[in-house]
Each structure stands twice: as C-alpha cells, then as structure tokens.
Design a protein. Structure first.
Lengths: 389, 80
C-alpha cells in the first residue's frame, strides 16, 4: 500500500477530533450555565429562609431573565410580590404567565389561581370570584378555587352561595364541611330572625341540625329566640340541650340560661343544673353562678364557704374577686384595704383573653363563632386556668 | 500537563516542517472553472483543518437539532 494513502486516514481523524472538541465545549457551556442558574436559585432560597424577601426577589428576577421559560420561578416571584404587598406587580407577573400561548393547562390553572389570590389581596373580590368560578367550571384546581369562593362569600355574607360552594367542595375534596355549613345556616337563621321571619329562621336551624347533628349553636339560637318571645321554659330546655351538646360553651350559655331560670322562677332547677355543671366543667363560671344563688338564698356565709372550698380545688382570679366582693359587703363601713386589693386583682384581669382560637392562637375577650384572625369556625374556646372563665 | 502538550505540539511542528520540506512539490487541482497549484504540505494541512471544522460543525448542528426537538416535544406536551 502506498504510504501516502495512510495520510488520507488523517481526514476522518481530523473530523472526529473536531466533532469531539465541539461536543466538549458545548457540554462545558451547558454545565456552566446550569451551575450559574442553580447558584442563583439557592441564593434566592437562602434569602427566603433568612426572611430577606427583597434580596430573594432580586435573585429570582435574575433567574427569570436568564430563562424566560421558567414558569415555577415566575410563580414564586408572583407569590413573593403578593406576600410583600406589591399586588400590582404580582398581578402583572401572573397575567404575563397566563398570556403565554405555550403554557400547559396545569400551569395555566395554577397561574389563574394565583391571579385570583392577587385580586383577593387587592380587594377586587368580584374579579377574583369570576376567576375562581371559571376554574370550578373548568374543574381545574376545584378544591382550592372553591375554598377561595367560600371565603369571598363569607366576606360578602352571601350564606346561600357559601352553602352551595361548601357542598361542592365536599364533593370535590371528600372532606366534610358539615360544621361550616351548619354555621352558614345559623347565620341565615339569625338574619331571618332579625327580620321577624321566625318560621324561616326555624327552618334554617333545622337544616343546620341536619347538616351537623348536635350542633351547639343551633340550641343556643333556639334558646335565644324562645327567650325573646318570652317562652322561658323552651329557652331553658334549649340552653340545657346546648350544654349537653358542648360543655365548653358554659361561659357563653350561662348568663342567658340563668336569666331564663330567674324569669321562669326555676331557681331550684338552676341549682341542680349548676351543681352538675360544676362537676363536669373545669372553669369557674358555674361555681360563681352557684355561689351567687347560695348568697341570695342561704346568706353570704354559705356562699363564702362554698366559694372558698371550690377555689382551693380550682384557683381562679375571677373567683378571688367575687370572694373579695363578698368580704367587702360583709365589712361595709369598716376601714379596710380590701377594696383596693379587689380593684388591683380586677385590674389583673383587664386585657386578658377569655377565649383563644385552637387553630391560630388568636385571643379574644368576647366570643366569636368565626375566628377574626384565621376565619375558622368554632375554633374559639374558653381559656381555662387562673385567669379563665 | 501543559509541558506535555507543548512538547507534543513541538514534535508535530517538527514532523510537519520535515514533511513539507521532503514534499516540496506542488499538487495541481482542476476545479473545472479554475485551476490551483498548492504545495503538498499546505494541501494536506488544509484538508485536515477542513475535516476538523466539518466535524465541529456537525457536532454543533446535531446539538442544536436535539435542543430544538426537545423544545418541540415540550411545547407539544404544553398544548396537550
């Protein structure tokens, strides 16, 4: 073979070496780019974890500019803007995402959901409602959209729609919304009663009980409605049923129940029921009520003995104040520091939360069926202990 | 590593120079519309560089084609 022919073999070798070099350069370029993106991502994440959202936004903006296809980055950016209160920017980011023709359905519904939340945050409830309703019709992200719709309906006090959406949420998510629905019917009953439609109110209460059997609020409302009509026997029966349904609501039920007992002149029954309650309920409210009955009927000495014995078992600042009140009445006219001590002790109770949300820990002095902070229903429970009711 | 590469480059340069000196003659190319006389060494070097460039070009084109294909497939999924 002519040795020069061997030289022609250099041509494929040159071709292969060129091919290999180009491949290696390309791969190195990609790795460098991915490294750069990853480090930006982790820097952003680090800022987020360190609660420095401004710097996190800067990093994510860099990422979004480097790769305009990164949908997750845009979603994260929009979320961050909304959380920082820059709702207009969040809306722009999400609208820009939705306008992409190549966006798949999953990301599109996510972006629509986020946009709806932006509108909610901006107070544009009508736009948010339309958006979420569209998502429900599309059957996309239905549980989340329905939850937002229910929140809007609650805000607008549109209880009929709230019930409708809650039932659909039950179907879509399989989670029971019975308690929430019962509360919505109770709200409708209160509204109807306020407009003098007693029959309609009773129907709503019936629906509430069918939705959530043994619902304490229904019994309390029945008691209130009956007392308002002067039917104290029915009111007492309803309030006692409420106590059976949920003993935790004693501080809320007791004043109205005691009033009904007094008006119906059933103080013996009151004493019996309170005696049972003292055994079942660990707070101080029934003890104080019973002590007042003893003071009226048997004299202050009996009340002080009873209160003193109970306070040894369940120390309570409220009980102490009542004990001092009784002692002050006994020492009327005498020079004593008791009134000052009583005022100081009462001052300790001022500002103390009587109810606390079991979901978010929000403290309140008055009872609310819906937590003003986290908006969950029936989560405010009486605080027990020394400063409790 | 750097010295090894420099040494290799020197060896190749030496053999290249020796090869060009030993094959001083020219090769006549006829491109139908034009003719060209090139020294044998230059001719071989040009062929090797052309081969190297063509190899690189094909790798680059292949990578671009693969990326476009992946993009098309992703868009297809997005539309689905």
């Amino acid at each position: 073979m002519n040795p020069l022919v061997l030289l022609f073999l250099l041509l494929p070798v040159a071709f292969l070496s060129g091919w290999w070099t180009a491949r290696r350069l390309g791969a190195r370029h990609s790795v460098a780019r991915v490294d750069e993106l990853s480090s930006s991502y982790f820097r952003g994440l680090n800022y987020l974890l360190n609660e420095q959202p401004d710097k996190a936004i800067e990093e994510f903006l860099k990422l979004a500019e480097a790769n305009r296809d990164t949908i997750e980055t845009h979603l994260a950016l929009g979320n961050l803007f909304r959380r920082r209160g820059e709702v207009d920017r969040a809306i722009r980011v999400h609208q820009h995402l939705i306008a992409r023709p190549t966006l798949n359905d999953e990301f599109k519904t996510m972006a629509l959901l986020e946009l709806g939340e932006d509108y909610m945050r901006a107070g544009l409830l009508d736009r948010a409602e339309t958006l979420f309703a569209d998502l429900v019709v599309m059957n996309a992200q239905a549980p989340s959209a329905l939850r937002h719709l229910i929140a809007i309906c609650q805000h607008e006090r549109d209880w009929h729609k709230a019930i409708l959406y809650s039932r659909r949420l039950e179907e879509a998510s399989g989670e029971s919304q019975a308690l929430q629905i019962a509360h919505f019917y109770s709200e409708l009953a209160e509204r109807a009663q306020a407009h003098g439609a007693s029959q309609e109110a009773e129907e709503h209460l019936g629906h509430a009980l069918s939705a959530f059997p043994g619902f304490v609020r229904v019994h309390m409302l029945r008691g209130r409605f009956a007392a308002a009509k002067g039917n104290y026997d029915a009111a007492i029966a309803a309030y006692e049923q409420a106590l059976e349904a949920d003993i935790d609501y004693v501080p809320e039920i007791l004043p109205a129940l005691l009033d009904a007992y007094a008006r119906a002149q059933q103080l013996d029954r009151a004493e019996r029921v309170l005696g049972q309650m003292v055994k079942r309920y660990e707070g101080i409210s029934p003890v104080l009520a019973l002590a007042r009955i003893y003071a009226r009927r048997d004299g202050r000495q009996r009340a002080v003995e009873f209160l003193g014995a109970q306070l040894r078992q369940r120390p309570s600042v409220r009980g102490l104040v009542q004990l001092m009140d009784t002692a002050i009445e006994d020492d009327a006219g005498a020079e004593s520091n008791l009134p000052m001590l009583r005022d100081l002790t009462a001052a300790l109770l001022e500002g103390q939360a009587l109810y606390r949300c079991t979901q978010c820990g929000f403290g309140a002095r008055a009872h609310h069926w819906q937590c003003p902070s986290c908006k969950s229903w029936s989560s405010l429970r009486p605080v027990h202990g020394a400063a409790g009711a | 590593m750097r010295f090894v590469i420099i040494a290799l480059l020197l060896v190749f340069a030496f053999f290249g120079a020796a090869f060009a000196a030993l094959n001083a003659g020219t090769i006549h190319y006829d491109f139908l519309v034009a003719t060209l006389d090139l020294p044998k060494g230059v001719s071989l070097l040009a062929a090797i560089i052309l081969g190297w460039l063509l190899g690189g070009l094909s790798a680059w084109a292949g990578r671009g084609w693969r990326m476009r294909d992946a993009g098309r497939r992703r868009d297809g999924r997005d539309q689905a």
